[in-house]
Design a protein around this ligand. Sequence first.
Ligand code: CDP
Length: 251
Amino acid sequence: MARRKKIYEGKAKILYEGPEPGTIVQYFKDDATAFNAEKKDVIDGKGVLNNRLSEFFMTGLTQIGVPNHFIRRLNMREQLVRNCEIVPLEVIVRNYAAGTMSKRLGIAEGTQLPRPIVEYCYKDDSLGDPLVTEEHIAAFGWASQQDMDDILSLALRVNDFMSGVMLAVGIRLVDFKIEIGRIFDGDYQRLIVADEISPDGCRLWDIETGQKLDKDVFRRDLGSLTDAYSEVARRLGVLPKSNVTKPTLIN
Ligand code: CDP
């Protein structure tokens, strides 16, 4: 890998300089972390599945006109994406109560929310990505009011798309997180969906059984994470139907 310059290594991905200006290569690792990296493990095949699943979701978003950073998949673990400046916010959309929302507000996990609720966390691992309000975001200049309008619209469009795609394969989209990138075309700038969309950043429950098919399987020691992600990929047609557990991918 000496031919490429590493730009950044995160918990689940490595970013390399891309082959053309304005592009980067996202390499999906098998590393899993939870609780701000207090719990760590290497999950065989997770990176391969997330590379493929993120490609699937981003390609679908492109098809319905939701701008995002995905250009093309390069191989089992890598995809070419547009280089963008990441807005320092984790944008969380919730359809059902779970996780920190349930803890914070005392709402039982699985309670349907009256409407999708969008939350913002300040992206800073050393602080544990604290929940912030639009007041903080405006006052500290993390995003403008126009950016926030665009971010809300992107988040809700991603939510409608992802909810529908999941519902069609018997999965409830409980909540998810996206990250937003800023790209510049001369003097003009716009916001696009960036990072990844995968079961690492979603809560996905089987509609019939309630079985968890997302990173909570790892966080809460509920079984094999690869099996859970493979099941999502299989239902979406990203894996051949006969292959339930092994992340051997079709081209
Ligand atoms: O996941 P946790 O209970 O710590 O936090 P949450 O606020 O309930 O997470 C809401 C959703 O955003 C879940 O689907 C998480 O997987 C996702 N999330 C994420 O991917 N990365 C974060 N840093 C925080 C949340």
